[in-house]
Design a protein around this ligand. Structure first.
Ligand code: ADP
Ligand code: ASP
Ligand code: MG
Length: 417
């Protein structure tokens, strides 16, 4: 069971999570809890670091940010013990959650599950700190913002758990972020592939690597609300009937920047050289576009998260000096996307999406597609509006919302008559 920040935001919430774990144990289960930092603690720590240094070293950021989860694990263990349930908490270092050394976005390599098994067999509830890892040489790492659910799935896979529950502050996975689009509808099931796309395209309810792991290791992931007992959303392997739904959900990724290199020599190996340097700095590149070359020169552009822009700028400035090309940087971008496995067998999705954005005078600055998604790069100021527009265009809120509106309108009309 994983409890996110809002689900452990204060002492009462911690006690509620502890009670839920005890209930599961009383039903005959062995329980491992993965917890996040309390409330907005990680944001607070990031802010604190910024007050000290504009560009702190990634290693020290990890030292700092990992403290948030360490507070929660010990408080959770205390809450359980107070309720009479034997419990033990572990940091990543204590249970060998080994990662690579890419500080602030480390990848998990292995988990030593024996220690967890031993404590479970002794009748304890085991609490594991989410989001953190440790390198082979003992440095503390973190898995990227929102990375506690990566810990959850990795622990579930390592233990071959029967159930893997992600408790959060919404009832499950919705057709889009319900905080931005109130008409969003909760889904009972969604395929790993659709969830992976949505998570990568901005649905931060799950970290994309958590979904990747869940698919790879066949972990049935259940996303639920920690404030109630309702059935949430099950993330499962694709079934044939899933293809009947063309668009399952929509997502918005804000805070994107675009780097454009003009007059790039059109020779084999040039693009490889650019992205070799970018990858060398562990910068995650979103989309890459190269235009058709003219007069032996091409234009190459790529998008990254704004936080990665200073690093990219350094690399690109050096490259431009060497290759005699020029660079341009744009910061105010967002990406709106629709996702669905049904796109493999249906046509007309792109046309509908483009038309809906055009009708609202939203300019598309770039388009990328895969078998099951279409994404449009737009100005950041229009991001939320664009999400609502495409969500409506594909009627993702369902007929109920439309009917409700019509019923309301009718009632108003009647009242006016
Ligand atoms: P936690 O702290 O539990 O990990 P997060 O805030 O990281 O919680 O993630 C939950 C939030 O994700 C929700 O409150 C919601 O605003 C947002 N979200 C974005 N896209 C979706 C979606 N498609 N379905 C559900 N929630 C979504
Ligand atoms: N506490 C970390 C964060 O806020 C990890 C998580 O909550 O999943 O990003
Ligand atoms: Mg989260």
């Amino acid at each position: 069971m994983k409890f996110g920040g809002t689900s452990v935001a204060d002492a009462e919430k911690i006690r509620a999570a502890a009670r839920r774990a005890i209930r599961a144990q009383k039903q005959g289960r062995q329980v491992v809890m993965v917890v996040s930092a309390m409330g907005k603690e990680t944001d607070r720590l990031v802010d604190l670091a910024k007050q000290i240094s504009p560009a702190p070293s990634h290693r020290e950021m990890d030292q700092l940010l990992s403290t948030g989860e360490q507070v929660t694990i010990s408080l959770m263990a205390m809450a359980l013990e107070e309720m009479g349930a034997p419990a033990i908490s572990f940091t990543a270092g204590q249970i060998g959650m080994v990662t690579d050394d890419a500080h602030t976005k480390a990848r998990l390599k292995s988990i030593a599950a024996e220690k967890i098994h031993k404590e479970l067999d002794a009748g304890k509830i085991v609490i594991v700190a989410g989001f953190q890892g440790v390198t082979e040489s003992g440095a503390i790492t973190t898995l990227g913002r929102g990375g506690s659910n990566v810990t959850l799935v990795a622990v579930a896979a390592a233990l071959k758990a029967d159930l893997c529950e992600n408790f959060t502050d919404v009832d499950g996975i919705f057709t889009t972020d319900p905080r931005i689009v109130p008409t969003a509808r909760k889904l009972d099931t969604i395929s790993y592939d659709e969830m992976l796309e949505l998570a990568s395209l901005g649905a931060n309810v799950l970290h994309n690597r958590a979904v990747e792991f869940a698919k790879k290791y066949n972990v049935p992931l259940h996303v639920r609300n920690s404030n109630n007992n309702k059935k949430g959303t099950l993330i499962v392997h694709e079934t044939e009937s899933m293809e009947r739904i063309v668009v399952r959900g929509a997502a918005l990724k804000e805070g994107l920047a675009r780097v454009t290199l003009n007059n790039v020599p059109d020779h084999p190996g040039v693009v490889a050289r650019i992205f070799h340097q970018v990858a060398g700095k562990n910068v995650v590149v979103d989309d890459i576009i190269q235009t058709i070359a003219q007069n032996g020169e091409a234009t190459v552009s790529f998008t990254v998260e704004i936080a990665e822009l200073p690093e990219c700028r350094q690399i690109v400035e050096n490259l431009c000096g060497e290759m005699k090309c020029s660079a341009r940087y744009e910061e105010h971008l967002a990406k709106v996307s629709v996702v669905g496995v049904g796109m493999r067998t249906h046509t007309g999705v792109a046309e509908k999406m483009f038309a809906s954005l055009a009708a609202e005078k939203i300019n598309i600055q770039n388009i990328t597609t895969s078998e099951i998604k279409i994404s449009c790069l737009i100005d950041r100021t229009q991001g939320k509006k664009a999400l609502r527009v495409v969500h409506d265009a594909f009627n993702l809120g369902g007929k109920k919302t439309v009917k409700k509106k019509t019923a309301k309108k009718k009632a108003k009309k009647k009242a006016n008559q």
